[in-house]
Design a protein around this ligand. Structure first.
Ligand code: CTP
Length: 398
């Protein structure tokens, strides 16, 4: 959910400021871009160096940095953010935010930000209970800001009660849940396949193909961003993902068949973008095959067509989407595969189109639905193509 999201973390003067280091680390681990703003008091509790190192960005403390002559533009920072989190939010900063005061960079960015704002209060129990604090919090809620409620526990003062800032992991879990609300594919289970398969010849050789896995990974990540619970079954690839999904690594077409068959029954939407080998050696040599004869041939047998086998057991309400990679008579072959494999959509790539196919960062696709209605798209980045494919699938659901 937080992958590639721009987050401003505002840190106020509170002993809980030490937890902001862990919070930054968790946000970065979740794939977010983080910029930290410290109030003057916060710098007494945690150093800008710690947070700059963890966030991999300069830390902002004031409008104007005298030593460097750098002016921190609060409007630009506010507009950069997809989300703003103030954690710990002190009673003082909550009061300023509730009343439009902006005598420091953090509160000025808050006033400029158009994004959703979350705040995690941290203070002693009597400050927390005070009517002015509670009124200010109600005002912030009425502005549409979201509170991440403090916990009960031992406080820095030695007293016991409400006011302990939520733990960094709780804040990240809260954010993830909040961001999921209202997403179009929340609750949907999605299966995506990606990459090539490798068919072993002997312990050191295999038959493979040039698929990089980029398209399938982009599709899986887009489904996660839309709120789905995603299983990504991938052949050997250098691709990595920080998205919150279940990744299952396989090698051969048969491994992929076994993994897909197990996961398919539970999937609402399945997208087979893997370049599965159509043939595999009849026999796999136990030892490395030595070079002897001038000619050498390997006998191959057909693999199971995974997509077609899923199409046979597809139930009412399940959506099955396949790819067709063609070099000639593209539309005819794509439509044939759509029918033969019992698909709801087929995504056609033609290797004749510049910027389409394997290894590139771009793709050019045409989608056919089961009534053969055709939608063509321009050449785009694979991330943008993944968005188009998911948008077409959402149209089917509606
Ligand atoms: N596919 C599959 N299992 C296979 C081969 C292909 O699930 N053993 C899937 C691919 O993931 C893709 C679709 O079938 O979604 C079409 O793959 P493609 O290679 O274009 O076509 P094939 O059906 O293999 O036919 P051909 O190679 O003759 O074009």
């Amino acid at each position: 959910m937080l992958s590639k999201k721009n987050i401003i973390l505002g840190v106020c003067g509170s002993i809980a400021a030490y937890k902001s280091a862990l919070l930054v680390r968790s946000l970065i681990k979740a794939g977010a871009n983080v910029k930290v703003i410290l109030t003057a008091d916060a710098s007494n509790f945690i150093t800008p160096l710690t947070l700059a190192t963890l966030s991999k960005n300069p830390v902002y403390t004031q409008y104007f940095e005298a030593e460097t002559g750098v002016w921190s533009n609060h409007v630009e920072l506010g507009l950069w953010a997809d989300y703003m989190i103030i954690a710990p939010a002190s009673a003082n900063t909550i009061g300023k935010m509730a009343n439009g005061l902006c005598d420091n960079l953090l509160t000025a960015v808050y006033l400029s930000a158009k994004c959703p704002v979350f705040f995690a209060p941290a203070m002693d129990l009597d400050m927390w209970k005070h009517e002015s604090t509670q009124e200010n919090i109600e005002r912030l809620k009425s502005f549409g800001n979201t509170i991440i409620a403090p916990n009960k526990g031992e406080l820095a003062s030695g007293l016991f009660g409400e006011g302990r800032m939520a733990e960094p992991d709780e804040i990240v879990a809260f954010l993830t849940q909040e961001l999921k609300k209202g997403l179009p594919l929340l609750g949907k289970k999605v299966l995506v396949t990606a990459g090539p398969t490798y068919e072993a010849i002997d312990p050191v050789r295999f038959i493979g193909n040039h698929s990089s896995g980029k398209m399938g990974f982009a599709i899986a990540e887009e489904f996660v961003a839309l709120g789905a619970e995603v299983t990504l079954i991938t052949g050997p690839t250098a691709e990595k993902t920080t998205a919150d999904l279940l990744r299952i690594d396989v090698i051969s077409a048969n491994d992929m068949l076994v993994a897909c068959t197990e996961k398919f029954a539970n999937s609402d939407i399945t997208v087979m973008s893997a370049a599965v080998a159509d043939y595999t050696p009849v026999e796999v040599a136990d030892q490395k095959i030595k070079k002897k004869a001038e000619d050498f041939s390997i006998q191959l047998k057909k693999t199971t067509d995974i997509l077609a086998s899923l199409g046979k057991v597809k139930k009412e309400g399940q959506l099955l989407i396949g790819f067709a990679l063609e070099t000639e008579q593209e539309e005819t072959y794509a439509k044939e595969k759509l029918l033969k494999k019992n698909l709801d959509l087929i995504v056609l790539n033609s290797l004749n189109d510049k910027g389409a196919g394997f290894k590139t960062d771009t793709n050019k696709i045409t989608i056919f639905n089961s009534a053969f209605a055709k939608t063509s798209f321009e050449t785009k980045s694979k991330t943008a193509v993944a968005k188009d494919i998911c948008a077409e699938i959402i149209k089917l659901l509606n």
